[in-house]
Each structure stands twice: as C-alpha cells, then as structure tokens.
Design a protein. Sequence first.
Lengths: 509, 1010
Amino acid sequence: MKQLKKYLIYPVAMLPLFLTACHDLLDEPAENKAFTEETDYTRPADMILPIIGVYATAYDMGWECYPLIAVRGDDVNAGGLGDQQDFMETDFFRYNKDYWMYNSLWEASYSKIYTTYSAVNQIELYKENGASAQLAEQYIAEAKVIRAFLMFNLARVWGSVFVPLDFDPTNLMTTGLSSKDQAMQYISGLMDEAIPLLPDMHPRDRSDIKGGVTKYTALAIKALANLELKNYQAVADATSPIIQSGKFELEADFYELFKIKGKLNKENLLEWQYSDFGQGSGDRKGHLFGFYGPQNWTPKVAGLGGGWGFFEPSLKYIKFMLDRGETVRLETSVLFTDRGIAEIKNDPEYASLPEWVSNTTRSGDVINDFVRALFSSGKHYLPTDQYISGRTEYGSNKNFICIRYAEVLLMYAEALTRGASGSSISADDAVNSVRTRAGLNKLSGVTSDQVMDEKFAELAMEWGTRFYDMIRLEKYGELSYDGRTFNPDLTFLPYPQNQVDLLPALKGE
Amino acid sequence: MRIKFLLCLFLSTSALWVFAQNNLTVTGKVTEKATKFPAIGVNVHVKGTTNGTITTPDGDYTLANVPANAILVFSYIGMLTEEIPVDGKTVVNVELTEDTQRLEEVVVIGYGTSKVKDLTSSIATLRSDDLTKTPSGQAMQALQGKVAGLQIVSGGGPGNSPSVRIRGVGSYPGNDGKNNNEAPLYVVDGIFYSNIDFLNTADIVSMSVLKDASAAAIYGVRAANGVILIETKSGGYDKKTEVTFDGYYGYQVAQNVLKMANAEQYAGMAMESGSASDVSNIEKAMLRYGRSRINPNVPDVNTDWYKEILRPASIQNYSMDVSGGSARASYSIGTNYFAQEGILDMKNEYERFNLRTKLDYKTTDWLTLGGNVIWSQATKYPEEAGAWNQAYFAVPVLPVYDESNEAATPDKFANAQDLGYRGGQNPFPTLTYSNKKHLINKLLTGFYANVALVPRKLTFKTSYNQAYSSLNEREVLLPYYLGDNFQRKDASIIKRAITYSDITWDNLLTYTEEIGNHSFSVMAGSSFRDESYTLLEAKGLNFPLGQEQSWYIDQAETVPADDVKDDGTRQYGMSYFGRISYNYANRYLLYGTMRADGSSKYQEKWGYFPTIGAGWVLSEEGFMRDNGLADYLKIRASWGQLGNDKIQASDGALTTSLVTTAVNDVLVSGTTVSGVYSSLKWEKTEETNVGLSADFLQNRLNLEADYYIRDTKNAAINVNIPAVGGTVIRNVGVIRNSGFELAVNWEDNIRQDFRYNIGFNVSTLKNEVRDLFGQPYIDGGSAEFRQRSITGRPLLAFYGYEVAGVYQNEAEINADPIAVANGLAPGDFKYKNQNGDDAVNDDDRVVLGSYFPTFMYGGHIGAGYKNIDLSVHIMGQSGNKILNRKRGEYIWTNDTNVDADLAINRWHGEGTSDKYPSSAGLRKGWNQKMSDYFVEDGSFFRIQNIQLGYHIRGQKWFGLAMPSMRISLTADRPLTVFSYNGFNPEIANGIDTQAYPVPATYTIGLNIKF
C-alpha cells in the first residue's frame, strides 16, 4: 500500500498539466448565436434574406401604430369610449405625452427604420463578396423605399424628427432634429436615389418578392412627400410616370378591393401582406384588425370573433357621402349599426336614407348595436364568408393596403389643379376614373376643392390622408367638428416623455 | 484482479467485527448535567469499534465485550462528547454538558472548515433544528427572518423557489435574461448550484451564509451575490446506527386576501365614470341576471373572484434516514417524499421524491474515498399565474357560470363580453382548460479521494461532481368556446425538453502547522467547471383530446414550423485559488485568499479576486482576562473583491435573427441584424466589513455586529436604447450597498427544568447608485411606470409625480392656473409643483421611493419546560415601496374591477377624498401619470412561525420501550400585518403584477429517533 501512495504523487504532480489543457476551452464561442461576422456572404442566393427581413419588420405592425397615425381627421373618430381614453383625447386634440401609444408608435417606427439601415449594410457585404451588384442595388433601393414610407408617417405625426444617418440608434444622442420639411425633402431625395435602381413593373409582377417595392412605389412616396411640401410640380412629375406606365388599374369592385380580392391587387402600389397560408390552423401572419371591428355582431359564419369597437367613421363623413349620393364607397367604408342609422335619421335632413343603408353587410354579416361606437370601419372588415374555415380572428388573412392607384390619380389631379403641368392624362380624366368606379357621374373642369372632396370620399379611414390634407391646406375649420376645437399649435403630437428623457435634442422643443 | 481487490476490501471490513474481544460488561447511567435528568438515546460505544448501544429511557446502558483498557465514547446531538477510559471498571456513570461553546463550533467555509473563533469575516450558520420548523418544500424558506442582512422573498406557488438576496442587490436585476442574477451561489457539499429546489430541508445539517466579500471571495466570480454553503447529513465513523423518521401533514390557507370592490361598489364606480359604455354594461348585467333585492340599481350577482379561485390545500412531507458508521466506513442513506398542493383552484401541485446516499471509506490511514448520490424526481403542475390577474380584474357583476350562455362549451362559464365588456374576464377557462405538467429529474453525484500526504499536515483532495437535471415539460391548452371573442379554437400541446449539466472538478492541497503559539493553515486549489444547457421545444395543434395518452405532437394535425425551438449554451470556467489563515495564541488572526477565475463567457477571460481579513481577540489579552463581563470579545475587519458572471453572456458582436413573414401567401424567411451590441466585462464587487463578536455573562448572551460597504463596480446595467426601445446591457456604473447588522441571542435555564432563549436580529440597507460614468441618470422600468437610477439615489427608484391632494371643487380649480391649463375637474389629482414654476410638467418628477427595504428585522423566543417546548419567530421589514401595477393596468383597460380601498375611498364629492381621484378621473391621462398614487408602502410585520412540541421519551407502551419521539404543532406565517393594497407585500422587484398569495400553513409533525 505504501507503494501505491508513492505512485499517487505522480498524478498529483501532473495535475497542472491537465488543468492548463482546460484553458483552451475558455476561448469557445457562445452557443446558438448566428454571429453576423460569420455569415457566409459568398452565397449570393442569401442576399435576399436581409431585404425579406425589412419587409417582415414593416409588415409586423403593432395594433396601436396605425390608429394613432390615422385618427385625428374629420373622417374618423376614436370610438372606444370608456377605454383608451387618451386615444380618444388625442382624437379631440388633447394630447398627453405620457400616453403609452405615443411612445409605442415612435419606437416601432424607428426600430423598423433602423432595420432598413442594418439590412443595407448586410446587402453591401454580399455585394462585396460577389453577389450581383445590380440586384444588391435594387434591394438597397427597396430598403430605402420602406424607410421612406416609415419616415413619412413619423414626420407627419411629429413634425420635426430625427433622420438617422447610420444603423446605431445610440448615435441619436448627439444628433439634432430635422424639420418636417427637411424630412420630406430627405424622403424625396431618397426616392430619387432609389427610383433608377428599382424594377420597372407592378409590385405583383415581381417574381422574387411578389408584392414588394418597385419603381412606382418609390414614385408614389416621392409624390406624397412633395405634396406635404406643396411642391405640386414635383407631385405631378412623380405621379405622371405611374399613370403613363399603364401598369396600374383601379379595381372595378371597390367593395372587394378591401377584401381578399384586394390582396396583391392591380390597384396596389404598397401593401403589408398577411396570410393564413391556406390552412385553418397553424402558422399565421396577421394584423390585429379586431381593433377596428364591431364589438357586437352576428357573423354569417357563426363563431367568428368580432372586434374592439374603436375607429368609428364620423357622422360628418357619412352625411358628406350621403349628400354626394355615394353608394359603393359609403357602403365599403362604413359598417352601420341600427343605433347609428337612427342617429343619422335624428337629423331631419337625413330622415330618410337610401334603402341599402342597413346593419347587414352585402356579405350577410349583421352588425349589432354596441355602446362604444355607432359605426365601424368597413375598409378594415373581412366578410366572414371569405375566411378560411378554422380561423376566427377578425380580418384574418386580409392584407393592409398602404398606397393605391386611386390616391396617385387624385394626387396628380390635385397637383394639376394647383397649377402644375402634367405629362399624362388631364385632371378631369384622373378624377373621373375614380368617380366612375364609384358609380358617380363625370366632372369637367375639376377644381382643387372638388379634388379634395373626392379624396375625402375615396380615402377616408386610410392613413390619416384627410387629416394631413387639411393641415397642409390650413383648413383648420374642417377639423373643428363634433365638439373638437383645432388650432395650428395642435398640428403635431408632443414627443413621448420616454424619448424626451432619453434624447437631449427633444428637450429643447 | 478486480475480484481479488473486492475480496480484500470485504475481508478488511469484516475483520472489524470479528476481532471484538470478550472482556467486560460495562453498565452505567447517563444524565444531563444541567437538569440532572436521565439522558435518553445517548450513543455509547467503544472507541475504534462499532460495539455500541444507546441509553434507555432511564438513561441506563449496558455494553458487553468491552476490553478493560478501552475508551467509551458518549455522544448526543447538542451535547459535548465525552470520552471516558474504562480502566477495568464495570460501572461508568457520565454527566453530559450542553454544547454551548459555539466558538468551538466548526463551520464550513469555502473549500474547508474553520472554527467560529478563527473567523475574521461575517458568516451566519443555521443548524437543522432551526430549519426543520418551517414546513416548506424549499429549504431557503426556513431562513426567512433568521439571518441579519438576508432577505428571502417567498416564491408562492408549490415548487417555486423563493428569491434570496444577501445584503441588497449589487447587480442590476434581470440582466441574465432569466431574472435570477441576484441569486446567491449555493454550494451543496462542495458542488455549485444556482437553485436548490431539489433539497429536502430535513437532509440539511447546516447552512452557512457567507455574507461578506472576504468570506465569499474564495468562490471568486460566482460569489458576487453572496454564498450559501450547505452541508447535508452524513454518517460518522464509529457511530451507532441511528434511524430517524420525520414527517408532517398540514393545510395551507390563503392569508390577507385582497378585498375587491363588490357589485354595489363597482356599479357605483361605473355609474360615476361618465362613460356610457360602462353604464350600459351594468344595465345589461341587470337585464341578464336580474336586480339585487337589496339595492335595485345593482345586478343580482356579487362574485368574489378571489374566493372562487382559492382553496385550502394540503402539504405533507415524510423522510426516513439511516446513518452511522464503523471505524473505517461512514454512511448516510435517506429517502424523502414531499407533496404540496397550490391554493389556486386548479391542478396546481408539486410532488417530490428523493433518494440520497453518502459514503466515506478510509481505505488506509492515508487514503479516504467517498461519494454521494442524490436522486430527485419531482412532478410539478404549475399554476396558471394569469388567473390571479384575471381574478383581480374580473368584474363582480359577472357570475362564474351562466346557463344562458347556451353556446358555451364544454362548460357554461359566463362571458363578460355578453355584458359589453371588451374582455371575457372570467378566469375559469384559464384555470380549467389548461393542463401543464413538468417532470423534473435531478441526479447529483460526486466522488472524492482524500490523500494524507503528510499525516495531519498535508492533505490532497480531488473531487469530481456532476449535477444533471432534466426537465420534461408538457403544456396542453384545451379548446373552449364562451363567445366569438372568448374562445380557444385550437387545442395546443407544447413539449419542451431541457437539460442542465454542471460538471466540477476540484483539486485541493491543504497544509496545517502549529509551532508554539503560531498556527497556520495554507490551502491551494484549482477548479474546473463545464456548464451546459440544452432546450428543444415543439408545438402541435389539434390532436385527439379524449385521452391523455394521445397527447403527443405526433398525433397533431398541424405542427407550426415557427414554434420549433432549439437552444443551448455551454460555458467553461477554470479557477485557481489559495488561502492562508494564521492564528497567534488565539489572539491575533490573519486571513487572506486569492482567486483567479477564467470564463469563456466574456471577451475579457480572466479576473482576479483577492481578500484579506484580520481579527483581534481582546478577551485573550491580559488586560481583559477575567473581567467578569465578556467571556469572549473579538474585533474583526476584512476587505475583499468578488466577481459576477451571472450577467448574460455578451455577444460582443452583431447577431442575426431569423424572421418569417408572408409573401404572396407563402411563409418565407429573412434575417434582421441588431444595430446595437454589448461588449461586457466582469462585474466586480468590492466589500469592506468590520465586525464584532462577543459572548457575555457566562456565554449566555452573545452578539454579532457588522458594518459593511459593498460596491459593485462596472455594474452591468440595462440601458434603454433611444428611439427604438429595448435595452442593451453596458458596464456603466457603480452601485453601493451599505448597512449595519446586529444579532443578539440570550439563552439560559431557570431552575432545572425550564430553559428559554430569546434573540433578535436587525439590519439596515442603503442602496445607492454611486456613479453612472458621466450620465446623470439611466432609465429603467417601463415607459409608463418609470424607474430611474440616479447618482446618489437607490437603483431603479420609482420616479414620477407626488400627489399633493385632490381638487375638491370648481373654486379650487379656477384658483389654480395649472388646473385651468390642463382642463382639470374636481376629483382630479393635484400634483406637487416641485420647482415652483407655473406648470406641472416632467421637471416636477422626483424619486418616489425604492423597492429595497431599508430596515429588516427578525426575532425569536423559545421556551422549554420538561417535555414541552414552544418557539415563536417574527420578522418584518420597512422602508420599501411597491408599485401597485395592478392599479396601473387601468391605463390600458379600464372596464375592469378595482380594489375595495380605491372604490370606497374614491373622490365622489367635495371632502370625500384627498387620496384617490374620482371614478371619471381614474380614466384621465392626467391622473394616470406615474405618481405616488401607484407607489405604496411595502412595510410589513409577520409572525413567521409558532411551534409547540412535546417530547415523549422513556415511555413504555404495552410493555415495549418506545423510541424517542417528538410531536409538534406548527403554524407557519399565520399573521402578516401591512397596509399595502395587494394581498402580499413580498414582491421581489417591487412591481406587483400578479404575486402568488402567501398562505398560512398549519401542520402537525412527528419525529422519531431510534
């Protein structure tokens, strides 16, 4: 046994050698991380991944984002009385910078904007490693178009905003603000960079990313930005090529445009895509359309979920439409309840309504009375007979349209009526094509006011277009309706408190 | 060859029994010196043999085969062991003295042991007697209120671990991604754990809390949040076999259930809300369920949702173990069964079965081999925590069942949407249509070899340990339909397999030497760690529901590709450490350790953590001798540095995430790249501790006092990313915790048969952000409920407006330009205009308090008379604030119920309240600003434990001698007093969203030893 003890000394003495061998293990990298630096940029087929990432982030729109962008116009009310009171207060132009939605919209928009920057970096690395330079330039241009649309909405809501210059948000700590006009000019310039590099086709004709961005999307965003700048000639110059291209057409059935038929429709220049992937359960990408839906309904297909009862088309809009003798556009834009119909009739001038005004939709879904609101938004409604069986979420499988050809035509017409010269059709033709689809008679010698009315009728409940038009044209009186008092100081939302605390540039404001 | 060896082993062991010689038969009586009572169950054996017996109920013993020159050993727990030479006598009577010499006690320190009197740092040790009084499946729960500076926050549900904080928080909570980076390191018999939920309390011999850096520094990088050393039961050489049975059974009853507004109060609030939809909801409820006969303006429903979802629940625990040993082998084998139901009325249970063995074998006089195995198998049916929240918010005008909800299936539960509410509210679908089952298997094994290279001087020990845990989780959600918007269409099943493997290989060389008055011990060692984690998870939709046997993903109709998860981590650690302790004439003590830690986790691989300590035993000095007051007096001071590697592994580089989206109705994948990344270093904690240990009045009064300052440098803090939201961890600050701790105990006998003890401990804590590397503050918490870390203030302090009162009338509004400017109405908050300018705005926000208690206390009193003993423990804390986030939920959804205090004390007319706004006001953004309306006092006082015990010893029943037994009645946490409007003031991070209520537990227990 003494011998054994002697032998034991050796392993003990050898121990340090064993231990130092373990040191190499300290240099092992972490598990389950895809280190960006290790991405294989030499596989050109993978270059599409970052741009798909940009689309995925853009499509992933929180339910509170759009309502805050779109609620302040005279076309729509907050609805939802009794809940989300500060959303309603915002509709009444009484702002609260502590309100969570403000911060949420701000962060969601910027985080998507930053995704476009980091995607550009990635695409450039693929390009450096031998991927098609032309395709790389196209993808980069696509990222810029998505960024431009996000920036456009941010600047409309807040006025002066940050225009990020690189992909690290912490650099904003030392960045100054750009005024709204500077932001719009930036967007317009960004589109000029992108346009020559983008595919010359309808988004739905793209084979790699069907429904992705094309040259015409960029032109439309350029037009939108220049409209804000009241640079009407630039608006006409940007919209003309879209019209001239002949690649876009109004969907004949206005009602179905906002339903399944509207997915990747020939009218759409930009849309957020969602899908049930053709199956009744399992993977699903969707937007929370329930926010806009009626709180109480009897769906034609029993058992399908209703909505939250927010986002109520205004009585002002409905009466405006009735005055014009609108049918399909009113029917498509508004879901009526019996209580809502009675409320319209309370006004002696509207004591008798057209027969088609009913709480049963064309598709057979019955909208029952609910306390929160009198009406719901029809453009965010999907008839239950168009659902994939098995799905119950309100509006499941429906896309969200961002820019459509009708708006392009009307922007073009407006620019022309405000003195711009167009290289395409006449303002009359542009307006009349929209009117014809709506079942209205043609106009001749359209005025700016007529175009604005047409925009009101056509684009209600869509992206706050009406509100921002009234701001641009300083028609503040229109916004002071139904107990609201607007003044120019209320044009922009205050910066969210959370951001003010973080970003020195916002404190001075 | 191997057979030969085993044979040899067998023979050498059995030789011990064979060689017992037939000499004398010795008899005698053993008594307790203090009481002169017969000492029962005392272990008597011949030294160096297994020949032994235990004393009878009369204290008598008879032992045959005793060699005339043998030494008899008398031992009993809590008594000093006596060794008496036989010297040919046949009668040996002995008096045993109680072991009150706590200074001679040996406590476990890192990689070794030390006598209490040699310590220079702050270590608190609890023995099994203190621990087993608490009926809980979680051993740490037993420490609540018993150690100064140790904060235990109950975990609530069965099988949930409490959160444990030693001397405040040095590290920013939640930045390890799992929210447990505040947790101390547990070292169970030398093996590292971050969670000890597998341990049976009765298996623990001692728990040592290493509170200061000097004590913990030997554990280097893992020790920043303190270290708790746990020794489990082992046998003993030359120890008579002892069999112990421990068991208790009892009930848990929810305490301090929060009172919510009843139907009348709620309806009143709704009517005053100024919201047509809320009024309409009440009207619909009256239409649907009728009107109350007492108040016809209230629906005839008054559901107390908490009452509906709570139940009394059982708790039981049984353990049996055997321990003992021969001259060369020592063993301890035990088994334990623990079962606890949750007080939430659903399948919410925890059941654990443990097997444990520990063996030590002295193969030669210089080589000892040993090992231990613990197998723990637990089944947990976790609570649906969301139900607490739902019960809080569910309106009282909704019944549980509604037969008129005809389409409802499978049960006719009521749906609040039928009344017009946005949500369905009823918590019962959540509780009923969920089936979650977690199987938790843990296997902990270890093997060691101890080589005495130079007898009693130089030893080498190598030990290899592996802890392997496997979690198999199955989470089934069953479909139901209560309405179009309150349904679960698809049945879903999630299967999750998680494994953890922690391997530790330690090598220690220890040298001790005594030359005259100088005694010292030197230790050097190394430790290698390999820690890995894997996760594999998949989900299936719609499978045959009827039988549990069909609940497999294979049976599912759809397996969503997006829901498959695969994850893992693997981290290596390599450490070298050493310790020197020196003692001169028991008067001057010096202590020092050094540890070098290497980790694969960070870009910076190596960290070095030194410590030094010194002690001066004044009572050993000539001038202090025989002063008649202090028996022992020691001043000690120490300084040390620790590291913290619980911060999540830093990527140190940009990382790419996979995302999916729909393109043309096809699911396609893309990537996104984070624009911000962290590059992290070790967090370093530096602590200075000064303390005093003293015994007075014949060792009856003892006192431990400590003052410490602990700085966390390079504190890794979650920094909000501007504009895009989210956070990134950066090493950006210095956090200081400092405090004073005092523990005093008095123990004495009055006459022979009455003994008592009384003691208390208090601790203060000051948590402060010392530096943020130039930034004035760092924001945390959520944007709506701001928490801000400001230099000079506590970490993550609640930050907002101070409510000065409530506007009472129009005149008051009109007189205040601020009220006019903000369009306020009577019943709205009046905020304090801190800077005195003409507006209340973000510049008027101030620190509203911190979630750290500034003062914690505990106390105990115990008394025993003859066979009866009684003990009472109390505890409490003050100075901390709780964010009542449940009330805060009103910001997002306000058609829900509120607590009764708010409903009753709301403003509803001039002079009715200066504390809460009106019902309409609650809905206004102005009143929803983060203010001290949401931040409440978190102080509480609790009677922690009352136990009454009765010993049965020396009894003969039916002519048979009964073993020693103790029957006990325990009330655990029977009373808690607090003012907070929630039902549990124990909120670890101070944000109360849905705490599991703390139940009072009443048990009856039995302990048998023979």
